[in-house]
Design a protein around this ligand. Structure first.
Ligand code: FAD
Length: 474
């Protein structure tokens, strides 16, 4: 099917074509007919805002441990509408805050524990998908962080060094240019860091399958039901247009979209990540490129890029760089940003000359949530009945699984290894009010692009000392 995803959206319509929001939703293997909306008041033990990975993993682990719990999930659109149904397909143990910075902030042991739990999360996603019969196309190919040009070599060496300092280097390998080319042939690749703790998934099949499993376990999901406000304390509840949900615990699992709630406007910064996708490549084109191991691939730029090879033989090329929108606005139309999509198509062809003449069949995008210190939060306050997990900074597929297990343990009062991780009850300071937020975000976005471009042109690694790097690097 050749079309540009996103072109057919009818904003705010209840009849919107959810398949048009990403290639993944289009190929989810179902019609995406919305479930019933909430009509009238409801009661639950745990009410969850958001049927993405965070909300659904939380519901899943709660119901697995306490089958009698009344768990209600509310989504403003449908399960998987957000980033969970649109992402780059990486189920990755990487964490948004670098290993070295984690150790600096929380100490060596806490950093190690957290990173080991992230590795377990990658395995757990695959384990549950298989155990619950979810056709998530989970494929454990590992990850290659490629130094594209000499300026990026010190960065991957440093990353390897940080893992070694934490005693977590087992299985990781620094590859030279020749070894890298044996995995995948990318122009200008001078080396790579291979990390086995990464898999690819079909995001929409995973999130939609998870929703069905939650229902099978007794959870209730209401779709096209927007939470407009929430209350905590003696009477925790969600407010929606057609009725409230009272619960002992309310869980905020809306990631970037939480910025739309008045009480959370400054907690996460919605940053758009955009993706282009090729048509399936021919056998000859794949022979030229290699990539039989289907690793997740990225370069070592600050301005993030991420690639995956789909199960049906396409190249997905994603990247950040689309501008932050004033007031943390999130709109359907922002999913399409032609200058960024064109840059991604151009870059994909530079990386892989075999793509000459290949059609790009899909373009899409979506917002991800960035907290002020890039550190995800998994929190629960029994006194107020409020729980939340958010702030994945674009690394949320595996992290949301850890969030779900952590929130379930916290809500059920279980003291486990994961309930004392540094993410638990972490409280980043809020983002600045506008217009400072807009000025700062745009400054850092543009500044990091300039640093990347300069490094690529000169061959010299970034100094780490520019203002943009100090503000935007973690
Ligand atoms: C283009 C893109 C590519 C990405 N690539 C990767 C990747 O390759 N690997 C990776 O690890 N991470 C990636 N991420 C990030 C990752 O997808 C997210 O961190 C993760 O899916 C977040 O899951 P979530 O459930 O917390 O939020 P979401 O999936 O965004 O779900 C939030 C849900 O809440 C609902 N909602 C919001 N507000 C309300 C409300 N008021 N009332 C009711 N419902 C509401 C939304 O409709 C939505 O369904 C990417 C993100 C984007 C946008």
């Amino acid at each position: 099917m050749t079309r540009t995803v996103g072109a057919q959206k009818s904003s705010r319509s209840k009849n919107r074509d959810y398949r048009s929001y990403s290639f993944w939703l289009e190929t989810a293997g179902e019609e995406l007919v919305p479930r019933a909306s909430l009509r009238g008041p409801a009661e639950a033990d745990v009410a969850i805002l958001g049927a993405g990975f965070t909300g659904l993993w939380t519901a899943y682990y709660l119901l697995k441990q306490e089958p009698s719990l009344r768990v209600v999930v509310l989504d403003a659109e449908i399960a998987g509408f957000g980033a969970s149904g649109r992402n780059g397909a990486w189920c990755n143990a990487a964490f948004p805050v670098s290993p070295g910075e984690l150790a600096r902030r929380f100490g060596r042991e806490a950093a190690r524990e957290l990173l080991l739990e992230m590795r377990s999360a990658v395995e757990e996603v695959g384990r549950v998908a298989e155990a619950e019969g979810i056709d998530a196309q989970y494929f454990r190919g590992g990850q290659l962080r490629v130094a594209r040009g000499p300026s990026q070599l010190p960065g991957i060496q440093d990353t390897y060094g940080s893992f070694r300092t934490l005693g977590l280097e087992e299985g990781l390998r620094l590859l030279d240019a020749e070894e890298t080319a044996r995995h995948v042939r990318i122009t200008g690749a001078e080396g790579a860091l291979y990390n086995p703790h990464c898999a690819t998934i079909h995001p929409a099949r995973l999130v939609r399958g998870l929703a069905r499993v939650v229902e099978r376990l007794g959870g209730t999901i209401f779709e096209q039901t927007s939470v407009t406000d929430y209350e905590t304390g003696d009477n925790p509840r969600f407010v929606t247009a057609l009725g409230g949900v009272r619960a002992r615990t309310v869980v905020l699992a809306g990631e970037a979209y939480l910025a739309r709630l008045r009480k959370l406007r400054r907690q996460v910064l919605p940053i758009y990540s955009l993706i282009v996708l090729t048509e399936p490549l021919s056998v000859r084109q794949w022979e030229e490129i290699g990539w039989e191991g289907r690793e997740c691939v990225a370069s070592n730029r600050y301005t993030v890029d991420y690639l995956s090879r789909t199960a049906d033989g396409r190249i997905l090329f994603g990247g950040r760089g689309a501008p932050y929108h004033y007031g943390s606005r999130i709109e359907d139309e922002y999913d399409q940003h032609e200058p960024t999509h064109e840059m991604l198509r151009r870059t994909a062809k530079e990386w892989f000359p075999a793509l000459k003449g290949v059609r790009f069949t899909h373009t899409w995008g979506g917002p991800l949530g960035v907290p002020r210190d890039w550190m995800p939060t998994m929190s629960y306050d029994p006194a107020s009945g409020l729980a939340t997990a958010r702030g994945y900074t674009g690394q949320g597929v595996a992290t949301a699984n850890l969030s779900g297990r952590t929130l379930a343990d916290l809500i059920l009062g279980r003291d486990t290894a994961i309930t004392s991780l540094p993410t638990v009850n972490h409280e980043p300071r809020p983002w600045e009010p506008e217009p400072l937020r807009w000025l700062g975000a745009r400054y850092v976005q543009r500044g990091l692009m300039r640093v990347d471009d300069r490094a690529e042109h000169t061959g010299e690694p970034p100094t780490g000392k520019t203002l943009a790097e100090r503000l935007g690097k973690h």
